[in-house]
Design a protein around this ligand. Structure first.
Ligand code: CP
Ligand code: NVA
Length: 307
């Protein structure tokens, strides 16, 4: 494959009209109308430097459903885990496979991989962003919220983490209102907020009630992300009061949906009655990972047009 390939490292790597085309493809895949096998004869390498249930299974199954083959590579399996340089790994894998999905810690590592690879790189989560997940979340909002994406009010409760940062990138592309309630010291990335403010309304508050007022989508995530396990106790103290419970959901729009990328900690960032309750769409959200990533792979690796 030549240098004309495209990567998907962050949501703004696609234009708004390309994102809408991707949603359309994903929806055709979900409904069963999409019958093509754009990955026939192609292979996806999946590098996981962190644990995963949804990302691993949805990429592997999705590749198979599109006619291709996926390879699961953990640090125990590949020399990357023993210090082989990222650049060398990227160059070598590019001679074998047609696309590479990476889940790792530093976002710069994925960028470095992309600089040296000759095939598309797809970001399966870094400490900075989780773009495949938030595209699946937007697909879930299209499925379950009547309001158009541009007019959404989205509330984020809790840590200003990789998920919050990807929501900021989504707001940047679609121009919706995003309200983030986080404790002091746990804010999302300044440079992403600054960029998004040019085209979206981004509110950062300390008050979850203010953030959810009239919101169409209420969203949260774990208090300690992968790699932050040692901070669990300290974070439990810092995030007290930043739980999504029934009382908080009542302040949102009456048709509001609850989303969580999972895995969830019931009794911490979300109460069981909310995540297992009637407003929760978390299982459709998890399913949408499959459809969304298939659309992304069809476009980046399978020649599917986004025009
Ligand atoms: N939401 C998500 O990315 O889940 P996994 O960590 O299980 O892949
Ligand atoms: N913020 C979480 C998301 C897991 C899918 C983490 O990075 O661990």
């Amino acid at each position: 494959m030549g240098k004309e390939h495209r990567d998907f490292l962050q949501i703004p790597d696609f234009t708004k009209s390309e994102l809408l085309a991707l949603f359309g493809i994903a929806e055709r895949m979900r409904s069963g109308k999409y019958k093509k096998k754009p990955l026939a004869g192609k292979t996806l390498a999946m590098i996981f430097m962190k644990a995963s249930t949804r990302t691993r299974v949805s990429f592997e199954v999705g590749t198979y459903q599109l006619g291709g083959h996926a390879l699961f590579l953990s640090p125990r399996d590949v020399q990357l885990g023993r210090g082989e340089p990222i650049a060398d790994t990227a160059r070598v894998l590019s001679r074998y496979v047609d696309g590479i999905m990476i889940r790792t810690f530093a976002h710069q590592d994925v960028e470095e991989f992309a600089r040296h690879a000759e095939v598309p790189i797809i970001n399966g989560l870094t400490d900075m962003v989780h773009p495949c997940q938030v595209l699946a979340d937007l697909l879930t909002a299209r499925q379950h919220v009547k309001t158009k994406l541009e007019n959404l009010v989205v509330a984020w409760i809790g840590d200003g983490n990789n998920m919050a940062n990807s929501w900021i990138n989504a707001a940047y592309r679609f121009g919706f209102e995003l309200r983030i309630a986080c404790p002091e010291g746990y804010e999302p990335a300044d440079h992403l907020v600054a960029r998004a403010k040019g085209s979206a309304t981004i509110v950062i508050t300390r008050d979850p009630a203010e953030a959810v007022k009239g919101a169409h989508v209420v969203n949260t995530d774990v208090w300690a992300s992968m790699g932050q396990e040692d901070e669990q106790r300290q974070r439990e103290r810092a995030f007290r009061g930043f739980s999504v419970n029934a009382a908080l959901m009542k302040r949102a729009d009456k048709n509001a949906i609850f989303l969580h990328c999972l895995p969830a900690h019931r009794g911490e960032e979300v109460s069981a009655d909310v995540i297992d309750g009637p407003q929760s769409r978390v299982w459709d959200e998890a399913e949408n990972r499959l459809h969304m990533q298939k659309a992304i792979m069809a476009a980046l690796m399978g020649g599917e047009s986004l025009k």
